[in-house]
Each structure stands twice: as C-alpha cells, then as structure tokens.
Design a binder for this molecule. Structure first.
Ligand code: SAM
Length: 236
C-alpha cells in the first residue's frame, strides 16, 4: 500500500481516513496484522497494525523488506484519450515501466480537460499492483510544439506512427540500447501531416511502425512499450 509518511526503523504511522477505512474495513486488517507499505522514497516496509480504528489506523514498522529502487528513466508521452482509455494507458504504462508519463496535446487531440489528480491516483494504484516502489511521475500537460522545442537531443524520441513503412521496429530500437529514450503515441485521430513533417525533421526522433494495421492509441502504447522492453531491455 502506498502511503505518504516516512518509513524507517521504529517509526509509528497514522494513516489518513480513506486508507484507514481501506485497511480496516475492506482488507479487514486488525491489530497485530502485518501489511507492506511503501512511499516512493524509503523502499518497502513490513508494518504491523497497532490500532484498527476505521478512521485512523496506526502502525509500527517491523523491518525493511526491499530497498528503494531508482526511478525508471523511460519517458512516455501520449495524447490524452477519453475516460477508461485514459485510465488504461496510465495503468499499462506504469506496469510496463514508464518513469515519467506526460500528456501531450497535439492538433487532433480531442480531450483537453485533464484531472491530473486522477492520473496520479491511477499511477499510484498501478504501482501498488505491480510492486513498483518508485511511483512514476505524472508530468504536466504540454503541447507537442513546446515538448519538441524543449527536448534534450541526447534523449531519443521513439515516435509510433501508423504512417511509417511497415517494417520491424526491432532493428531501429536495438541501436538505442544504453541511450535515454522517450516514447510518443498519438491521439485517436493520429498526427497531422505538419506534425509528422516536424517530427521527421528532428535528429533525435526515431519513427517506428507497429505493423500494417492501425492500432487504437491505447493498444499502440502497450505494443510499443512491449517491443521496447523486448529489444532495449528494462530501463532501470
Ligand atoms: N490516423 C489514424 C486514423 O484515424 O486512421 C489513427 C491513429 S491511431 C488510432 C493512434 C495512435 O496510435 C497513432 O497516432 C500512433 O501513435 C499509434 N499507432 C497506431 N497504429 C500504429 C502502427 N501500426 N504503427 C505505429 N503506431 C501506431
């Protein structure tokens, strides 16, 4: 379970109402029960409940069971999608090891009002589920133009585009081993011709195809992350 307080030997913690309710009422934890907590800074700690009051569960740390892992260096930028698809891409990006997740506004992006807290809550939930100790950062939304203007050219930007000639992305990606990378996936309407032209002209952009079929943006994200992991390896 992700918590805010510091975790260290001998620490006593009091959880907020919502998490207390979750532990005491949903998970039915009571005094003496153990639970693993992490906060994104101090690794994973086995903790024991010292009170099971539904409004404020208290715990004591027992022992650290995993050291803190460094944040993943993989950046993932996506044009925001609607509701469940948005939740899905955040969840899958965390599961697939993204370290920074950033909404990127493109010409054909249809979703403009984003609740960053909802995206962060999804990222935390996904990190809990897949035991990622450093919760990925949800970076503030940015326009494609500003993103590209401020991009560090030492980091390669893998640009997934259905307009690319359909050849295997493996050869292009294998060359990037050891290089910092980002992945950009477009909106349901795809990238505009002007955006494509701009991306193609930049030396740090590596266009890839994910096959001859047009994938939904959420499918493309998962497929691209899987291919990257299979070719470049994990990015810790
Ligand atoms: N332009 C499209 C259209 O409306 O026909 C569809 C865009 S697709 C649904 C959304 C995004 O997924 C694209 O911008 C691209 O980033 C990615 N994508 C989909 N299929 C792909 C493929 N075969 N290869 C690479 N990227 C793909």
């Amino acid at each position: 379970l992700y918590v805010q307080p510091d975790l260290s030997a001998g620490a006593a913690l009091t959880l907020e109402k919502e998490q207390s309710l979750y532990l005491a009422a949903v998970l039915r934890k009571s005094v003496g029960d153990e639970v693993v907590l992490f906060n994104g800074r101090d690794g994973a700690w086995l903790c024991r409940l010292t009170s099971d009051a539904k409004k404020s569960v208290t715990l004591e740390t027992v022992e650290q069971i995993a050291a803190q892992t460094p944040p993943s260096d993989l950046w993932y930028g996506f044009a925001p999608l609607k509701n469940e698809r948005l939740d899905y891409v955040i969840q899958k990006a965390v599961e697939m090891g993204a370290g920074t997740i950033q909404p990127v506004m493109t010409q054909f992006t249809q979703v403009h009002r984003l609740k960053i807290e909802r995206l962060s809550a999804n990222a935390i939930e996904a990190a809990e589920q897949c035991e990622v100790l450093s919760v990925p950062t949800i970076a503030p939304e940015v326009t494609l133009e500003r993103l590209l203007d401020g991009w560090d050219p030492a980091r390669k930007l893998i640009f997934a585009d259905e307009g690319e000639a359909s050849s295997s992305p493996v050869v292009a990606l294998e060359k990037l081993r050891g290089t910092p990378i980002g992945l950009l996936v477009g909106p349901e309407g795809g990238f505009s011709d002007a955006e494509r032209a701009k991306l193609h002209a930049l030396p740090f952009v590596v266009p890839i195809s994910l096959g001859p079929r047009i994938l939904r943006a959420d499918t493309a994200a998962v497929a691209a992350l899987a291919v990257i992991q299979a070719t470049i390896g994990d990015w810790r």
